[in-house]
Design a protein around this ligand. Sequence first.
Ligand SMILES: [Zn+2]
Length: 132
Amino acid sequence: MKKFPRFESMIAACRWGTREMGKHGLRGWSLEFVTLPKFTEGRCKLRLQTIQVEVAELECRMSKVKGIIRHEIAHAKNADQHRHGTIRDHGIEWAMTAIRVGCKVPRASESHHGILRQANEMLASKQRRTSE
Ligand SMILES: [Zn+2]
């Protein structure tokens, strides 16, 4: 049987997540810890203004849970309002938002999420240009 995650870590994650969502302009949004389909760590429910996180993730480090929440915040902030508010995939626009909301840029050895590295480089070169 799956062990139920520690109650305290859920409280801590809720507090942190709610504050983080507010910080990025997602007021009135909720954070839920639920059972999601296999290999799904988090989900952004635009219409319900809810970010869902797989409850089993609470067994992991808090930094991982925070990463999932930030990933979903980026989806929420990056919704395509012209297409009835649909969630965009992990394209460059999502990645730029993800970095702005504090998603970690993976190391070069991690092939996964290369789009985040690309966005990070684009933002860095933009900064260089404005500071010259
Ligand atoms: Zn995603």
